[in-house]
Ligand binder design. Structure first.
Ligand code: 5CA
Ligand code: ZN
Length: 409
């Protein structure tokens, strides 16, 4: 699937620090240690049945910082993202609104590309749809079957999660919360014929009126988790450096995917780091397409500079859950105006320390608010004493904001 255009990245003097990130499965901050000069990152993409909201944008901007910090540290980044372009919510929405599901998906994917481009999110090298990956999914289910880790329930195919002795290692949840979240997030704990309530779907036989693709188990479509497992294994190999998404994906999605990968490849872990961004809420509840409490990036873009939207997101630490208020945007617009004013001066205070500070803050589990504060402080000083300083400083600060924070001034 076509990705979106890459913005030009300014080169900064020197080299950035090694990135440390909070790892969900370890429960602590760990250093990332990509091998052979290449960092491999898989981030779960959208299910394209509605426009990109600020929650999605927050998650993709968080992993965009990872991408930027790694590049600044001299690494090549192989970034892969999927699009869940066939799944229950997409088909349901298409039926409700009388649209063709493919047209709905194509339209929302295109809008997502435009939103990501406006927010200056670096594109994945491989942007991969679920539908185009069906042969990979079938191949992976076959591998699981050969290992005795797939069984039939009335024509559908299930994965016995306990085929993986490490099941539970990603989210570290106990059986009760697992069951609750599984039911809440697309699972079917009470389906008759399953061997264990948590076993997850690998292949869903075609239902009347729904699309289906040929497979050794008859026509049908992939289960959700196996889609991401197949795409990440094929495009990045086992043992990727980072597997990420919003915190609502830690269980069941990433847990199930990790177990499928462990059993299929015989090697663990599936990813060296599991990283999750916090949830953005509106009106007291998580922003979600199914609840409809949404602020769309495409709507805001029509009202304000997208760089103010990006700054509003960066003002929150990526791991915190937070609620969106109109004020977030007001503050971000003021900050953007101040930074633009300061970087358009003929000189400013020396900016080497700003570069070091921004690098240090971001390398420390992506402390974007700390990085913004470093630039705020420089801008305040530049505007106070606008008649003296280093003539190269404003341009350097502009490059720092652009290369490391993705904010074009
Ligand atoms: N297609 C699947 C992943 S394979 C999916 O979860 N799609 S999604 O459209 O529902 O979400 C896309 C990404 O946005 C996921 O990483 C999800 O965790 C994240 N996300 C969804 N809602 C929010 C929210 N309110 N705040 C922050 N991130 C969110
Ligand atoms: Zn996924």
């Amino acid at each position: 699937m076509r990705s979106w255009p890459t913005p030009v990245l300014p080169r900064l003097p020197g080299v950035g620090e090694q990135l440390r990130l909070f790892d969900t499965s370890a429960g602590e901050i760990l250093a990332t240690e990509p091998r052979d000069g290449t960092a491999r990152m898989y981030v779960c993409g959208i299910t394209p049945y509605d426009a990109t909201h600020l929650g999605h944008a927050n998650t993709y901007v968080a992993f965009d910082l990872v991408n930027r910090v790694w590049r600044d540290a001299g690494l090549d980044v192989h970034y892969v993202q999927n699009v869940t372009d066939v799944d229950d919510p997409l088909l349901e929405r298409a039926t409700q609104t009388g649209q063709d599901w493919r047209e709905l998906a194509d339209r929302e994917i295109e809008l997502f590309r435009t939103d990501m481009t406006a927010l200056r999110v670096l594109p994945p090298r491989d942007y991969i749809g679920a539908v185009e990956s069906i042969p990979l999914v079938v191949e992976l289910i076959e591998r699981l079957r050969r290992r005795g880790a797939a069984y039939d329930v009335d024509g559908d195919v299930y994965f016995p999660v306990h085929a993986d002795p490490a099941f539970g290692a990603v989210s570290r949840l106990g059986p009760e919360p697992m069951l609750e979240l599984f039911a809440e997030r697309g699972g079917d704990p009470d389906r008759q014929g399953k061997k264990h309530k948590l076993d997850c779907l690998l292949w869903l036989a075609r239902r009347p009126g729904e699309p289906g693709w040929e497979s050794p188990y008859g026509p049908g479509r992939p289960g959700w988790h196996i889609e991401c497992t197949a795409i990440s294994l094929h495009h990045l190999g086992a043992d990727v450096d980072l597997l990420g998404g919003g915190s609502d994906l830690a269980f069941p999605h990433h847990e199930m995917g990790a177990s499928e990968a462990h059993v299929a490849t015989g090697s663990a872990p599936a990813a060296r780091h599991y990283v999750h961004a916090g949830m953005v809420a509106l009106d007291g509840e998580k922003m979600s397409k199914s609840r409809g409490n949404l602020v769309f990036v495409s709507r805001l873009r029509g009202q304000v500079d997208p760089m103010a939207i990006r700054l509003a997101l960066l003002a929150h630490h990526y791991r915190s859950d937070w609620e969106w208020f109109e004020d977030d945007l007001t503050r971000a617009k003021a900050r953007l105006a101040r930074w633009r004013e300061a970087t358009s001066l003929a000189q400013g205070p020396a900016a080497d320390a700003v570069l070091a500070k921004v690098r240090a803050r971001l390398a420390d589990d992506l402390d974007a608010p700390g990085a913004l504060a470093a630039i705020d402080e420089w801008a305040d000083r530049a505007l106070e004493r606008s008649d003296e300083g280093d003539p190269a400083a404003p341009a350097l600060v502009k490059d720092i904001a652009d290369a490391l924070l993705g904010v074009a001034l």
